[in-house]
Design a protein around this ligand. Sequence first.
Ligand code: ADP
Ligand code: MG
Length: 308
Amino acid sequence: MNEFEFIDNLDDALGKSQIELSIGDDAACFNDVLIAKDIMVEDVHFTSEASIQDIIFKLFTCNVSDIAAMGGTAENVLLGLSIPSDRIDNKQLIDAIKSAAKHYGVNVIGGDTTSSLSSIFLSLTVTGRKGEHLLKRNGAKVGDIVCLSRPIGFGSLGLIQELESEDFGLPPFLHYRHTAEKELGTFLGNANGVTSCIDISDGLGRESTHIAKSSGVKLVINAEQLPIEELSKYSEDPVSLMLESGEEFALLFTVNKHRFNDIRQNIFTSLGRDIIEIGVVREGDGEAVLKTGEQETSLSVKGYEHKI
Ligand code: ADP
Ligand code: MG
């Protein structure tokens, strides 16, 4: 069974929760507090060659990113560590935790530590403050503009290089250092006209499909709008790379078309950066497609899924 089928089955079995937002989005929300959890397992999310600094940074990134994807601001974390005694230098581990927490401006307020027989297992629970608007996956409306926060694709290239299938001459382990969009998430949660948001952990194709399904619409990603310039230097099929690349932690979001120019301009003024228009929301029943000329191809299987 894949992870998404399992989560759907679990959600059905548990029935409706009383809290504002529970299973199914990037974070849950109750009493204006956002809460999310991500785990990382050796040989699944990182190799034994990766440094503890890179692994811990990525753990913080994926959690802070889930709060940003709700339009909130990450504040506190609880850290779960399960580490074989002979594997990690404690000082390096503490420095890594301190520096990741400092980078994202979050407090480590608790956690749990255990030994482990052979492999490293990490877990982080993050809480965050809700913005003015909760940016769920289910709010995309027909006519909205689909936006990407920054170019993506180097996650895949970094991973291919790490697994030594091909050397692109890129810095090693660069994909561990992708950053969460903390400031942009906070901005989007306080802007008027952002209708849905998700972070890219499993690939643009799969995340577009999540928004399309939750919102009951069709997401059309225009191939010619995808920012493939840099990727084209490394790949003959940069579009596929961009659609499938996971653990990017860029944000994918939809914006009311009448608000798009204002929001883009305000992001430029407040954060000194741009966002990228990559498509449009059409009427539909939960599908995301890539439009190349007049041809449309389904994106639902583009990306990564865990099997359990
Ligand atoms: P993300 O990629 O944003 O971290 P996931 O795809 O891991 O999100 O999870 C999707 C949704 O399913 C989230 O709301 C998450 O909290 C929920 N979920 C995932 N695994 C479990 C689990 N084992 N028990 C309960 N809820 C889960
Ligand atoms: Mg997420």
